[in-house]
Write a protein that binds this ligand. Structure first.
Ligand code: IMP
Ligand code: MG
Length: 422
């Protein structure tokens, strides 16, 4: 299959980086199509641990890696990761950055922080990397794009226009220090020289690759339930992680996508605020967090932990058009005697549903209906195929596949590259 989208089927941190890294071995191009350094992809390859935020996970294996127009870019993080590649012996010329991607400017980060502070108990729990304010300016058409740094005069003009408004906001609304035009201009003019060699026509590159029959992988950051349009708004990110976002974010038509692989943990985690019906009550939550090492890659925050939610996953199958699923971190469940799985929600009027509620109030008040499956109480270290898993673990995987009517293509049973079973 020449083109594949890999998309998070839950609230992020499903282990997409590892799956992408695995599939990147057989790909010619890997693309990031949305999001920015709010993502945190952890990849363990050849005994080395990589933590990437801005780059596609494909860089780890030296595959051509593109960052599309739908992404937002922190110039400093981008350049730091270029240096990281160099330091680990990977030629950074494999990276191609769309000139249409928007730059996260220093005021975006300041506004992200200040607006979260201002929201108080209503805060989104963002990663405070300036993501939302950057996408907001993109939609308002006052954003600064990667291509703008290539022309010092245009860059100065754009910063001037932006600051005329932003500084007012910063001082009058958020009560923080304004930015100085000359300082910001000098800093970004300085980035220009280093960024310029990486800027290219991403849409054309990917189209050419597909026409030549090459294998292209589209790597979603964040996840389905964090999608701006279809996630649990307002507790979402400001872009479209769902599979169709790959077409808009790169600049190809939706007919060019051949398959969509969803990635889900064998349980659920969520960072940030918002409703979470299958969140575990009691001490098993902390136990699962410890066993799974569930702390944010970018922010270090404790992730909230829940039992697998098939209602939300069924929704992910629908809005992404998933053709298959990868179930990760199955090994983390190994010491539990019993494994509740959320199969339906009970709504406020007492009715039960298998489908994700279309209205926020229904979702906020949804209660989980659990079916309890037997655990396997033994490590999964010896299994090298799905058939070698303990019968209860296999039954768990089959239960999920049947409930969702989607084949499970990959099962993750450990951190290393070779601990993903086909
Ligand atoms: P933002 O993307 O920083 O604006 O954050 C918005 C919401 O998305 C918050 O709930 C974040 O915790 C969540 N979020 C953003 N990126 C990630 C990620 O890579 N993994 C998990 N959650 C994320
Ligand atoms: Mg992550």
């Amino acid at each position: 299959m020449p083109s594949t989208v890999v998309v998070g089927a839950q609230w992020g941190d499903e282990g997409k980086g590892k799956i992408v890294d695995l599939l990147a071995q057989e790909s010619d191009v890997v693309c990031r199509y949305q999001g920015g350094p709010n993502a945190g992809h952890t990849i363990v390859a050849d005994g080395e641990t990589w933590k990437l935020r801005q780059m596609p996970s494909g860089v780890v294996s030296g595959t051509t890696s593109v960052i599309g127009a739908g992404c937002v870019v922190d110039a400093q993080v981008f350049l730091d990761e270029i240096d990281l590649l160099r330091g680990r012996g990977i030629d950074p010329s494999i990276v191609v950055l769309s000139g249409n991607a928007h730059l996260i400017m220093p005021w975006h980060v300041t506004i992200d922080r200040a607006s979260e502070r201002r929201l108080g108990s209503l805060q989104i729990g963002t990663t405070r990397r300036g993501i939302g304010p950057t996408y907001a300016d993109k939609a308002s058409r006052i954003g600064i794009r990667v291509q703008d740094v290539l022309d010092a005069k245009i860059l100065r003009q754009k910063i001037e226009v932006a600051l005329a408004e932003k500084n007012l906001w910063l001082e009058k609304i958020y009560d923080v220090e304004p930015f100085d035009l000359e300082v910001v201009w000098a800093q970004y003019a300085g980035f220009a020289e280093r960024i310029a060699p990486f800027v290219g026509d991403v849409s054309l590159l990917v189209d050419d690759a597909l026409r030549a029959g090459k294998r292209v992988l589209f790597e979603g950051a964040q996840a389905t339930m964090l999608d701006l349009d279809h996630g649990s708004y307002p507790f979402v990110t400001s872009s479209n992680p769902i599979a169709s976002g790959a077409a808009t974010g790169i600049g190809i038509g939706p007919t060019r996508i051949d398959r969509v692989l969803g990635v889900s943990k064998a349980y659920v985690t969520r960072v940030g605020e918002g409703p979470f019906p299958s969140e575990i009550e009691g001490s098993d939550q902390a136990r699962l967090r410890e066993l799974g090492g569930e702390y944010g890659t970018v922010t270090g925050r404790e992730r909230r932990c829940g039992w697998l939610d098939l209602v939300a996953l069924r929704y992910a199958v629908r809005v992404n058009g998933l053709t298959s699923l990868a179930l990760t971190k199955l090994d983390v469940l190994s010491t539990f005697e019993e494994l509740p799985v959320c199969v339906r929600y009970t709504l406020r009027d007492g009715s039960e549903t298998e489908h994700f509620p279309a209205h926020q109030s229904d979702f906020h008040h949804a209660r989980p209906v659990f079916e309890t499956l037997p655990g396997w109480a033994q490590p999964l270290d010896d299994a090298s195929t799905v058939d070698e898993l303990p019968p209860e673990a296999r039954a768990y995987v089959e239960f999920v596949s049947r409930a969702l009517d989607v084949p499970i293509e990959l099962v993750g049973v450990g951190a290393a590259r070779d601990r993903v079973l086909a």
